[in-house]
Design a protein around this ligand. Structure first.
Ligand code: DHB
Length: 390
């Protein structure tokens, strides 16, 4: 009797052990360190990307390939030294296996050496300077690049009666990328540049620069400013009467960012931009995305920073399915390279050599639709590469 009882106990222990201990090992949580500017002048970038990461997990569950996903959010407040310190602490103290986020280029640059030293995959969800992935072999980008979003508007302008352009960009790496690409492509298409200015990033005052643009009498003013700055540019464009002087506003879509577009009012109407994402993109996937995002975040329209965060999480989930839950740097990179997925903006592919995003870019016009301002797409340039080639 006693012998039979202890056999039963032993059997039960075996069965319980088989169910608990083996999966418990496989189901070590997988921690992702998400570093974003949640405060400071670029807080809207952090808010958008973080909301998208949360929405992706809410819709797809927090377990992938047997591993529970835990996101550790850190606010770098747009200070590169803080980004770097958080990247180090997250890896060393919190044992994160993936780094993600990176709201602006200098923040991505700061974290890159940390990812390289630790061989940790680093998913760039927001920054757009073309050379970001060159800063670490463990970087993969799901956002966009400035050459990618600039070349199409330069071609469009040259082909649509715009002969003379004045350029105005934010004075840091993505601005230089936008300016260089616009100048090269527009001139190659036969256009003329009548002036170029770079506006300092610290407390920018656009007034004197917009006035110089007006005085140069171009057919159009090309603008790149980072997400969040567009409203201040639009205010000067309106106050200084550039539209009345016959000067058209063109740019990458950053200047008519969906996050703040509706607050810009009538002066934004008629702006022509090229960009990979519009909240007005008429696909079924995007309609569902915008609806779910607005429901989860009342009063906030998802913008391109949101899409970079969503696409980044989707990439992480799909890669982990391929690697059976391993985030080992080399395995992760090998699985991600060449991967094609469908995001709110449409199909995108990770260029296996550049580790950068290939996606369609649209030409859009800002219009009032049902009482709200939207960037309405009217032309599509398929599969634009990170270097702006297509
Ligand atoms: C970057 C930041 C932005 O907000 C943007 O719209 C484009 C580029 C950047 O710093 O890379």
């Amino acid at each position: 009797m006693i012998a039979r009882l202890s056999l039963t106990v032993a059997l039960i222990a075996l069965v319980i052990g088989a169910f608990i201990s083996a999966p418990a090992l496989a189901q070590q949580p997988l921690k992702i360190g998400l570093i974003l500017p949640m405060t400071g002048p670029f807080a809207s970038t952090g808010r958008q990307a973080d909301a998208a990461v949360k929405l992706y997990i809410a819709e797809h569950g927090d377990v992938v390939a047997g591993r529970k996903i835990e996101v550790l959010l850190r606010d770098d407040a747009n200070a590169p030294e803080t980004t770097k310190r958080y990247a180090q602490e997250l890896i060393t103290n919190d044992h994160v296996e993936i780094l993600a986020g990176f709201g602006l280029t200098p923040l991505a640059y700061a974290a890159a050496p940390v990812a390289t030293a630790a061989k940790v995959p680093m998913i760039v969800m927001c920054a757009g300077t073309v050379n970001v992935p060159e800063k670490s072999p463990y970087i993969i980008r799901t956002s966009f690049t400035l050459p990618q979003n600039t070349a199409p508007i330069a071609v469009w302008a040259a082909k649509h009666g715009i002969k003379k352009v004045f350029t105005m960009v934010a004075e840091y790496a993505p601005g230089i990328d936008a300016e260089t690409t616009f100048l090269n492509v527009f001139k190659a298409e036969g256009g003329q540049i009548v002036g170029s200015v770079r506006v300092p990033m610290q407390n920018p005052d656009y007034a004197p620069f917009v006035q110089r643009a007006k005085d140069a009498k171009p057919d159009a003013l090309f603008v790149f400013v980072p997400s969040g700055e567009g409203a201040a540019v639009m205010k000067q464009f309106a106050e200084r009467g550039l539209a009345q002087a016959g000067i058209k506003l063109i740019g990458t879509g950053d200047v008519v960012d969906d996050d703040i577009l509706d607050s810009m009012g009538d002066p934004a109407i008629g702006t022509i931009t090229s960009f990979h994402y519009s909240a007005d993109h008429p696909s079924a996937e995007n309609k569902a995305y915008v609806a779910a995002s607005e429901k989860a975040n009342p009063g906030m329209r998802p913008n391109f920073m949101s899409v970079g965060g969503w696409d980044g999480m989707m990439l992480i989930y799909e890669v982990l399915k391929k690697t059976n839950g391993s985030a080992d740097g080399d395995k992760f990179l090998a699985a991600a390279e060449g991967m094609s997925l469908i995001g709110p903006q449409g199909k995108f592919t990770i260029d296996p050599k550049a580790r950068d995003i290939i996606q369609d870019v649209y030409i859009r016009e800002t219009k009032r639709v049902n009482g709200h301002l939207y960037n309405v797409e009217f032309d599509r340039i398929p599969n634009v590469q990170h270097n702006g080639k297509y």
